[in-house]
Design a protein around this ligand. Structure first.
Ligand code: HEM
Ligand code: 2DC
Length: 428
């Protein structure tokens, strides 16, 4: 396999790399306003509907000034303490829901494709953090609007990928189905997010004094009064939409791997039990005592990354493998390829969370959430939400898989399992 190559896909040209040493050079040359590949379908929709770009789609100084304010409320370690109780509550409710499903099955176990339940868990979690309120998605009755929102996100991703290679402007003018579906999907996403945002906004106007309780990201941003309402809306919508398929699919892959590795599942369960006892009810403390669990999530994302690649337009000339690459070039780091390269990860086909423990060097190898100031804004929420989910689930259930068939990934803008993953869940 070539270590580096130039390619022209559709209408953009890029240099592709996979080695950690090259990644280090790339990220040193990303400049003050790191810029990734522009997803034209997403910007076209906003231009078409006259909606503002959020932090995902902004660039330059506008991106930086918004991102700095959002960082404080969304990704700073200080916020972890506020998010933990909110996410912990959702995790507990999910466990209760699984017990109910097991009871109803009448067989003391539940065999299922968990993906739809996980979508609801993820949306409930991110909404609790953003709005400080529960949507109630883990109850028996599902709000059709919430279900529609979830379906719209899936459709939005699915319709984006063909448009990476066909200019949306062209599709729009020829009235193509794919563009229409894409617009419908984003309309559904924005309508639902607008409803949630409006409801919090009205409550805040009626009852402006702080109650002492953490009010959620949206209310914090509104009270801070440093971003315009339109900027806040745009980024909150992106956070809400970005918070569903990403974490739910990663959790599904993790349960799949743990079901295939029962001894490892037991080892992580033991780590969790010990951490539960040692932390004496302090959940924030507990999260600092589960390195193998965190390694499992990194290992899942190594083999099953959400983003197939990271990209940057470099702002200065660089040299990679003796090739001179001029400023302005789009450089793509193949995350999926890197995660499966034996020169970078010995025995890459093996799921081995222990390779992420402190004893080893991880120099530019842990890049699933991107890197630097442009890395995933939802990272802290995602990590906390996934860790708490696995803690609660492993404390209560054992996960098994019927046949040992390899499930591969398919590309629908993000990487997804190519077929349903069936798991059997049993009470411990
Ligand atoms: C950006 C991965 C979950 C919101 C990104 C990027 C990656 C990524 C690779 C690009 C980073 C870069 O270019 O360096 C993931 C993974 C997730 C996850 C692996 C979970 C397993 C989430 C969640 C949210 C979210 C839960 C929202 C709560 C965003 C946003 C950006 C982003 C807003 C754009 C940030 C910017 O451009 O400044 N994510 N993500 N992500 N993600 Fe995530
Ligand atoms: C897809 O060639 C493949 O986190 C393209 O939560 C290059 C590319 C560009 C941007 C990447 C995208 C890929 C995959 C999905 C990512 C996206 C940036 C953010 C987005 C990685 C690698 C994602 C899933 C966000 C989505 C938020 C949105 C729904 C509001």
């Amino acid at each position: 396999m070539a270590v580096m190559n130039r390619e022209k896909v559709g209408y953009y040209e890029s240099v592709n790399i996979i080695k950690p040493e090259d990644a280090a050079v790339l990220f040193k040359a990303e400049g003050h306003y790191p810029k990734r590949l522009r997803v034209e379908a997403w910007t076209s929709y906003r231009d078409y509907r006259n909606r503002k770009y959020g932090v995902l789609l902004k660039d330059g100084e506008d991106w930086k000034s918004n991102r700095i304010i959002l960082n404080k409320e969304v990704i700073s370690p200080k916020m972890q303490g506020n998010f933990v109780p909110l996410l912990d509550e959702v995790g507990q409710d999910f466990v209760a829901r699984v017990y109910k499903k097991i009871e109803r099955s009448g067989q003391n176990e539940w065999t299922t494709d968990l993906s739809h339940e996980l979508f609801k868990y993820a949306l409930e979690s991110v909404s609790h953090v953003l709005y400080g309120e529960r949507l109630g998605l883990l109850l028996d009755y599902i709000d059709p609007d919430a279900q529609h929102f979830i379906d719209c996100i899936t459709l939005m991703f699915k319709t984006t990928s063909p448009m990476l290679y066909l200019p949306p402007a062209l599709l729009r003018h020829t009235g193509a189905r794919i563009w229409k579906d894409h617009v419908e999907a984003w309309d559904g996403i924005f309508n639902q997010a607008d409803r949630c945002i409006q409801s919090i906004y009205r409550q805040l106007r009626k009852n402006p004094e702080a109650s002492g309780k953490y009010p959620g990201v949206l209310a914090s941003l509104l009270m801070l009064d440093k971003l315009s309402i339109e900027d806040i809306k745009a980024s909150i919508t992106e956070l809400m939409a970005g918070g569903v398929d990403t974490t739910s699919i990663t959790l599904l892959w993790t349960l799949y791997e743990l079901a295939r590795h029962p001894d490892l599942q037991e080892e992580i369960r033991a780590e969790i039990s010990a951490a539960r006892i040692a932390s004496k009810g302090d959940v924030v403390q507990m999260l600092k005592m589960v390195p193998l669990l965190k390694g499992a999530l990194k290992e899942t994302l190594r083999l099953h990354p959400v983003a197939v690649s990271l990209q940057r337009y470099i702002t200065e000339d660089i040299v990679l493998q003796n090739y001179h690459i001029p400023a302005g070039t789009l450089v793509q780091l193949g995350l999926y390829a890197m995660g499966r390269d034996h020169r970078i990860f010995p025995h890459p086909e093996q799921y081995r969370p222990s390779r992420w423990l402190r004893s080893q060097s991880h120099y530019f190898r842990s890049l699933s959430f991107g890197f630097g100031p442009r890395q995933c804004l939802g990272r802290r929420i995602a990590e906390t939400e996934m860790q708490l989910f696995l803690i609660h689930m492993l404390e209560n259930f054992r996960f098994e898989k019927q046949r040992q068939v390899e499930v591969r990934s398919t590309f629908e803008l993000i990487l997804l399992p190519e077929k349903p993953i069936m798991l059997t869940i049993k009470p411990l």
